[in-house]
Design a binder for this molecule. Structure first.
Ligand code: NAI
Length: 514
């Protein structure tokens, strides 16, 4: 006996059978929704139907769907007529239409115009735009109140999050219906206001742009920045690996567009490094080379230098300015064979180890009246288990640096040595991510929990932007930003009011406004 397949009570139109349109069609059909698919190109529709059928049958082969379910889902996707006259045949029956055509305001206006001529008045018209304003797309419509953003991520079947975006004139009813549709499709809906980058692409600004800034300042190599962000901060990919995967031609356009749309907001400022690399055709994997060179699909990364073992029992003094991290560092150094000094001031021979938050080694050393030629700094924000970042002043003696590196590497943990930097690598990138997440909450673009879920699911961050801040401590994040701001004088590092107030009050960043 075969189980009855529920009658499809919802009809979804999909315009644009490219990468996104076909993914949306597949997921909707799998959820029992009848789909009518159209595209200006008959080949695109034919390819999309074949693609959806292949994907659904593959799922049946893997056992995630029964063959009957896969065949039923395939049967639920039908092509509308193609070509100019018949393109929207059948769309009068649609309850919702999602357009996923080319990212051009003109093209979107034309498609909305054609749709309004055929759909019922109660049909919701959704746009999958990732960078255009939903309000602008709806501006010329007869009924702009039924037009909303419904922003999926690539690949749609795997990225189970969708942004539901109300434009200036969108009715709440359209948003409620899209939220219900998202749930039915097995996607997590998050509400976002119609602002540049919406929620997800806005939240993603800190990671790449701050990494570019660190690289362009000569603090560390691309590979070192990637290693620190994956090993120490727990990101699945480093920022430069991600640029290479996405394609710098695409990423740089997004960076420029969001920056300009926010009237040159310094927090989102892109970097001259990318313009030049795009001009050189160094897009990433797709062009065979980007920040890394690719051979047989594998990135060629410079090997990490090995360190000579520790000799004798060198004297080390660790600053007690941050007692919550100093103790752990002292214990590890003692286990590595160091003679750890416990006096209030270092002896004349000791390697001086600082554990600053937001300050560079030079500033931290001088602030405590220490000798900068014997000072190094260790990043303790994210723990010392998987990788250690060691930083020097411009005048740190080579012998001091070698000793510090050897001690930190003695238990086999990799050590990344970098030039002086306020906030090392991970501290400043994570602080920028948290700060931008906080400002998204401040601007009421999305709810705090949605900001966390969106960054975890759609950006794959190890923790949501605000959750990251709460785990590390809002006060500490504020201190890192304040120190970067003081050092550079760059408003890029000014703290969001949302972060500032919650840090001062000692409450979590997810605390909503009262
Ligand atoms: P695509 O280039 O793969 O597909 C676009 C399809 O639209 C093509 O098949 C094209 O023939 C068709 N098309 C263009 N003009 C048309 C018209 N006037 N009438 C009917 N069909 C038309 O593009 P992709 O990547 O699927 O993007 C579609 C939309 O989704 C864009 O707005 C894009 O910004 C957005 N988006 C893309 C993501 C991605 O990662 N590719 C992620 C999220 C959103």
């Amino acid at each position: 006996m075969t189980s009855p397949i529920p009658a499809p009570e919802l009809i979804l139109g999909v315009v644009g059978a490219g990468l996104m349109g076909r993914g949306i069609a597949q997921v909707a059909a799998e959820a029992g929704i009848q789909v009518i698919l159209t595209d200006q190109s008959p080949e695109a529709v034919a390819e999309a139907l074949q693609f959806c059928a292949d994907m659904l049958r593959r799922k049946a082969t893997k056992g995630t769907l029964s063959l009957a379910e896969a065949e039923a889902a395939i049967g639920r996707i039908v092509a509308a007529g193609v070509g100019s006259g018949t393109a929207f045949a059948g769309f009068s029956a649609c309850d919702v239409v999602i357009e996923a055509v080319a990212e051009s305001l003109d093209v979107k206006h034309r498609v909305m115009d054609c749709l309004e001529a055929v759909v019922r008045d109660d049909c919701v018209l959704a746009t999958n735009t990732s960078s255009l304003s939903v309000t602008a797309i709806a501006a010329k419509a007869r009924r702009p109140q039924r037009i909303a953003g419904f922003h999926f991520f690539n690949p749609v079947p795997l990225m189970r999050l969708v942004e539901v975006i109300g434009g200036a004139r969108t009715d709440e009813d359209a948003l409620v219906r899209l939220t219900a549709l998202a749930n039915r499709m097995g996607h997590l809906p998050v509400r976002a206001t119609d602002t540049p980058g919406f929620l997800v692409n806005h939240a993603g600004r800190g990671f790449g742009t701050e990494a570019l800034r660190i690289a362009s300042e000569g603090i560390a190599s691309f590979a070192d920045i990637d290693r620190v962000m994956t090993d120490s901060a727990g990101f699945r990919m480093g920022p430069f690996e991600l640029f290479d995967l996405t394609g710098l031609d695409v990423s740089s356009l997004v960076m420029e567009s969001i920056y300009r749309q926010y009237y040159d907001e310094p927090r989102y400022r892109p970097n001259a490094l990318t313009t030049q690399r795009v001009a050189a055709g160094l897009y990433g994997r797709k062009s065979g080379g980007g920040f890394y060179t690719y051979r047989d699909g594998k990135a060629e990364k410079p090997a990490e230098l090995s360190v000579a073992p520790v000799e004798g029992a060198p004297a080390v003094w660790v600053s007690g300015r941050f007692p919550d991290v100093a103790g752990d560092l002292r214990d590890r150094l003692a286990r590595a064979g160091a003679t750890v000094e416990t006096t209030p001031r270092p002896s004349d021979e000791a390697v001086i180890m600082l554990t600053p938050f937001g300050e560079d080694t030079t500033t931290a050393s001088l602030a405590e009246g220490l000798d900068p030629t014997r000072s190094v700094a260790v990043d303790c924000l994210l723990g010392l288990d998987r990788r250690r970042t060691l930083m020097r002043t411009p005048v740190t003696k080579p012998a001091v640096l070698f000793t510090a590196q050897a001690l930190l590497a003695a238990d086999g943990t990799p050590v990344t040595v970098i030039h002086d930097s306020p906030g090392f690598i991970a501290q400043r990138i994570v602080a920028c991510i948290v700060n931008i997440g906080a400002d998204i909450a401040q601007q009421r673009i999305g709810a705090p929990e949605d900001i966390n879920r969106a960054t975890e699911i759609a950006l794959g961050y190890p923790r949501g932007s605000l959750r990251f801040g709460d785990e590390l401590g809002p006060r500490r994040i504020l201190d890192i930003l304040a120190a970067c701001h003081a050092f550079y004088g760059d408003p890029r590092y000014r703290a969001s009011p949302w972060l500032k107030r919650r840090a001062m009050l000692g409450v979590p960043l997810t605390t909503p406004e009262g």
